[in-house]
Design a protein around this ligand. Structure first.
Ligand SMILES: [Ca+2]
Ligand SMILES: [Ca+2]
Ligand SMILES: [Ca+2]
Ligand SMILES: [Ca+2]
Length: 512
């Protein structure tokens, strides 16, 4: 099929704002499921309902509107109200391979089923975080279903989703192999992501190698040749020397054109380079306030919280991070980030958020009220604290759910706190909160102003910290719990997150 047509079709499936997140594989936060879920656009809801799958969207032309309007209309309008949200699942790598439990509605996930045995302990995926720590659920063939990929010893392996399960596991790009040294340091393997860098709707693969950012485009059946897309992030330029640099590299769509770009925190601040679909262009400092001179390299509790959520809902990913004084953000205008300022002081060092990764490493930017503007949430001593974005700052923060507090044991181990994520488990466009406790996956649904009662949605993923159980029946080991994510396994036509970036586990490692 002609690439231009493919592009048009893929865009019509994914309103701009979700393309920015989903395909850019921004932090799980930036896209906290809701990314966009906030109900979209004007005028085409009827067509969407009638056809269901976006094919008709191409005909009705609303895809073009979505692509060009930067997501603003999507954030305000109506699509999600009437669209099919698809089926969210909770998936993770257990002893037997990738296990998933599909959402059974508004209060639980179904039974846990092994969907892909190729990622099992028997196949050595538990042998190193350079293997299990890279497992993600990108949509590599652009059919609206989350697939599964990870870096094994032979390179990046993927298995396509059929909707009901994953197919055969195969090596899609051997360039990331142990033989090519990608397993030798987290400065390499921990940067591997699956952003859609050419905007064709199929997630591609990128990572930071010795020579800089290297990417390989997806054909839907494999990744093509890997090439250097930007040499400025190379070892020669010191990006491999400290996690304060390499651990911040992400692939947000900072100019909102549907092609994921690259940004990271260097000595001089946040450096970005825009994708043209075949490479990243010239890199430059987009915001100097996050530089070493401003102390951002001094603590993982600062640099490791840097993310690229769209906090004003214009379709361009912005930058936020937790500094000593609280959450600092700067808005993208597509060519640089503007002035930075403290958007919420309640997450600052004075309030103890820097004292433990059990607090700071949980900070994410989900859209918990579904208005298209990413909000901020994190787990403090008293539970999950959130503050809503109004596009220029975060409002007052408050505890949205106390059940995840230190009193309930959530601060005692990364086996609990590092699994906290904000998927939209009920598909209403508002990001909810879930985490793995001893009793399993506990979730609480957002009403836009707080999270409601928390309950166990899936008991099979439980288990005490450090307990692998008999035959891996318990999920308390890092090789298991650190892989838990909430991908969209079956196709829907609502703008929703497809998969999560396992940023938290990297933060956890950096913080421990
Ligand atoms: Ca692509
Ligand atoms: Ca872009
Ligand atoms: Ca923005
Ligand atoms: Ca929700």
């Amino acid at each position: 099929m002609h690439s231009r047509l493919l592009f048009a079709m893929s865009r019509s499936n994914l309103p701009a704002i979700s393309v920015a997140c989903v395909l850019a594989a921004v932090s799980l936060t930036a896209c906290g499921q809701a990314s966009g879920s906030a109900p979209g656009p004007g005028g085409d809801a009827a067509a969407d309902v009638a056809t269901g799958d976006g094919a008709a969207d191409a005909a009705t032309g609303d895809g073009a509107v979505d692509a060009s309007d930067g997501g603003a209309a999507d954030a305000a309008g109506p699509d999600a109200a009437s669209c099919n949200p698809g089926q969210l699942a909770v998936c993770g790598r257990g002893a037997a391979g990738i296990d998933c439990a599909i959402s059974a509605g508004s209060a639980s996930f179904g039974p846990l089923v092994t969907e892909q045995a190729g990622f099992s302990d028997g196949a050595l995926w538990n042998g190193s975080p350079s293997y299990y720590g890279t497992i993600q659920f990108p949509d590599v063939d652009g059919d609206g279903r989350a697939d599964v990929c990870g870096r094994g010893s032979a390179g990046v392996d993927c298995a396509l989703s059929s909707g009901a399960s994953f197919g055969a596991l195969g090596t899609w790009q051997a360039g990331f192999s142990d033989a090519a040294s990608w397993g030798s340091a987290p400065a390499y393997w921990a940067t591997i992501r699956f952003p859609d860098v050419d905007g064709d709707g199929k997630a591609d693969v990128c990572g930071r190698g010795t020579a800089g950012i290297q990417c390989a485009l997806s054909s839907g059946q494999s990744f093509a040749a890997m090439t250097v897309w930007q040499a400025d992030f190379s070892d020669a330029q010191k990006w491999g020397s400290l996690p304060a640099y390499w651990a911040t590299i992400q692939f947000p769509d900072v100019d909102g054109d549907g092609k994921a770009d690259v940004c990271g925190r260097g000595v001089a601040g946040i450096r970005c380079a825009l994708s043209d679909g075949t490479a990243f262009g010239v890199s430059s400092v987009w915001q100097a306030d996050f530089g070493d001179a401003a102390q951002w390299s001094g603590s993982a509790s600062y640099y490791a919280t840097i993310q690229f959520p769209d906090v004003n809902g214009d379709g361009k990913a912005d930058v936020c991070g937790r500094g000593a004084g609280g959450i600092r953000c700067a808005l993208s205008d597509g060519t640089s980030f503007g002035a930075s300022s403290v958007w919420q002081a309640d997450f600052g060092d004075a309030a103890s958020w820097g004292s433990s990764p059990a607090y700071w490493a949980t900070i994410q930017f989900p859209d918990v009220d579904g208005d298209g503007k990413a909000d901020v949430c994190g787990r403090g001593a008293a539970g999950i604290r959130c503050a809503l974005s109004d596009g220029t700052s975060f409002g007052a923060s408050s505890v949205w759910q106390a059940d995840f507090g230190d009193a309930a044991g959530w601060g005692s181990s990364p086996a609990y706190w590092a699994t906290i994520q904000f998927p939209d488990v009920d598909g209403d466009g508002k990001a909810d909160v879930c985490g793995r406790g001893v009793a399993g996956i506990r979730c609480a649904v957002s009403d836009g102003g707080s999270f409601g009662t928390s309950t166990v949605w899936q008991p099979d993923l439980g288990g005490a910290a450090d307990d692998g159980g008999a035959g891996g029946a318990s999920w308390g080991l890092e090789a298991y719990y650190a892989t838990i994510q909430f991908p969209l396994l079956t196709a829907g036509d609502c703008p929703r997150r497809r998969g999560a970036m396992p940023m938290l586990r990297f933060m956890q490692r950096l913080g421990n």
